[in-house]
Design a binder for this molecule. Structure first.
Ligand code: FMN
Length: 197
């Protein structure tokens, strides 16, 4: 029997912590994905500030496995631990830069680098605005290494009516970029059906 796909979810300290939480909720709801979670110290703070103080604990409950970001000897730090890829949602400029320039002194950046060296999917929901040239260069760098930079920018044409709906759309779209083969309606990723000319 083939095992459940493993997905690493990183939550770093950029604004948009709710997107990381929603990614975990959506993956948990499929009942078909094994999730491996790393929350950076800065994200502990953004989860608490932007959602509520219980949000970091909720994120951990949703994940199949959780890791301390300082544990650079964890399973997910090795390429021998096979995964379907990793999503960092949201991805801070600090974490983006760590991945772009090989500063792999925490588990979040190390696990991301492992996805790239193993030629697996790495989806980075980089959130900052406006962007200076250094930010753009770091995005170009990780793109050259094979990462997918997918800023959490709303698809307004989907007409999300509420912020939770908008967060859900972004989370589902990010998961879609992993190309998981789950079948059925496990992930209700909405497709554009065309519109009036
Ligand atoms: C409320 C709040 C919002 C933040 N928003 C962003 C952001 O949108 N983008 C970003 O790159 N950093 C943002 N930061 C700063 C990062 O948290 C900071 O650079 C941190 O060192 C990132 O570390 P990490 O990548 O290990 O999570 C924010 C910080 C706070 C407290």
């Amino acid at each position: 029997m083939s095992r459940a796909p493993r997905v690493i979810v990183g939550i770093s300290g950029a604004s948009g912590a709710a997107i990381g939480l929603r990614v975990l909720e959506r993956l948990a709801k499929t009942g078909q994905v094994e999730t491996h979670l790393v929350i950076s110290p800065a994200a502990e703070r953004t989860l608490a500030t932007e959602i509520n103080p219980a949000a970091p604990a909720r994120a951990r409950r949703l994940a199949s496995h959780c890791y301390d970001p300082t544990d650079i000897g964890a399973t997910i730090a090795s390429g021998s631990f096979r995964t379907a890829g990793m999503i960092i949602a949201p991805c801070s400029i600090r974490s983006l830069s760590a991945i772009a320039y090989g500063q792999l002194d925490n588990l979040l950046a190390r696990a991301a680098d492992v996805q790239l060296k193993e030629r697996r999917r790495l989806v980075l929901l980089v959130r900052e605005s406006p962007l200076h040239l250094g930010h753009l260069r770091a995005m170009a760098q990780v793109t050259e290494y094979g990462a997918i930079v997918a800023p959490p920018v709303p698809a307004f044409y989907m007409k999300p009516a509420t912020i939770p709906e908008l967060v859900d759309l972004i989370a589902l779209r990010a998961i879609g970029l992993l190309d998981l083969d789950l079948g059925g309606e496990a992930l209700p990723i909405r497709e554009w059906q065309g519109g009036e000319a």
